[in-house]
Write a protein that binds this ligand. Structure first.
Ligand code: S3P
Length: 169
């Protein structure tokens, strides 16, 4: 099944764009964070706090295996840290067309300021946290993705229309 998979940093718009793109292409939308929360009955920050990041990362890998059995074509938004594991990048590529949604650090800082639901961004200086995580991840995002799409300066409608055309939805 050739799913559409959106990857990228927290705040890059994966969920917002994914929902709209799915609607435009008449496909079902799923979000790995949301699926993990539904399946465990817990919110992500509690999973991190109680069981640690590694446990959460295992749930992400398990979920990718589950998604291999999906019976309909999906638009899938994945958590920002999911492509960091090598096995997950392999699974992502097997699942379909991986699109890296790229946004500048300035845009990410604006969108993520005041966020309390993302454990990787809590404490310290937000901009520094974003920059250091981004430095560690950017090459991995590019490695996982078939294409990079930069959203900076674009309206949601424009992004969705362009991606719809590029992806033949
Ligand atoms: C994470 C990103 C989050 C969520 C978790 C960890 C990360 O998803 O999976 O808080 O490590 O980048 P979003 O990218 O949807 O915010």
């Amino acid at each position: 099944m050739n799913h559409i998979i959106l990857i990228g940093f927290m705040g890059a718009g994966k969920t917002t764009i994914g929902k709209r793109l799915a609607k435009a292409g008449n496909l079902r939308f799923v979000d790995t964070d949301q699926m993990i929360e539904e399946q465990t009955g817990r919110i992500i920050s509690d999973i991190f706090a109680e069981d640690g990041e590694e446990y959460f990362r295992n749930l992400e890998t398990d979920l990718l295996v589950q998604l291999k059995n999906a019976e309909e074509r999906l638009v899938i938004a994945v958590g920002g840290g999911l492509p960091v594991r090598e096995i997950n990048r392999t699974y992502l590529k097997e699942l379909g067309t991986v699109v890296y949604l790229n946004a500048s650090v300035d845009v990410l800082v604006k969108r993520l300021r005041g966020d309390t639901g993302r454990p990787k961004l809590q404490g310290g200086d937000l901009r520094e946290r974003i920059i250091s995580l981004m430095n560690a991840r950017e090459d991995l995002y590019r490695d996982a993705a078939a294409m990079t799409y930069t959203t900076d300066g674009k309206h949601l409608k424009e992004v969705v229309e362009e991606l719809k055309a590029i992806l033949f939805l």
